[in-house]
Design a protein around this ligand. Structure first.
Ligand SMILES: [Zn+2]
Ligand SMILES: [Zn+2]
Length: 76
């Protein structure tokens, strides 16, 4: 079901970014190339849904995964 997951994933990424208007959650930079980050990782039971996505610019995304910034992610 890898195929199915990846199309759901792409759709969720796109929806999540559209909801956020492509604006980085952390620094508020608006950029079409911003990333969709999973609030709950698939490996931790996260779902491919825009509810589980947050938009981050490439820089904040990298910093986040480097543990340099912390996000209070409450979207539900
Ligand atoms: Zn940012
Ligand atoms: Zn991420």
């Amino acid at each position: 079901m890898a195929q199915k997951r990846s199309s759901a994933h792409i759709k969720a990424q796109k929806e999540g970014k559209e909801i956020d208007e492509y604006m980085c959650f952390f620094c508020c930079r608006q950029f079409k190339g911003n990333h969709g980050h999973h609030i709950i990782l698939y490996s931790e039971g996260g779902i491919a849904s825009s509810d589980n996505m947050v938009t981050l610019c490439p820089e904040c995304h990298r910093e986040y995964h480097n543990g340099k910034i912390k996000l209070d992610l409450v979207r539900f």
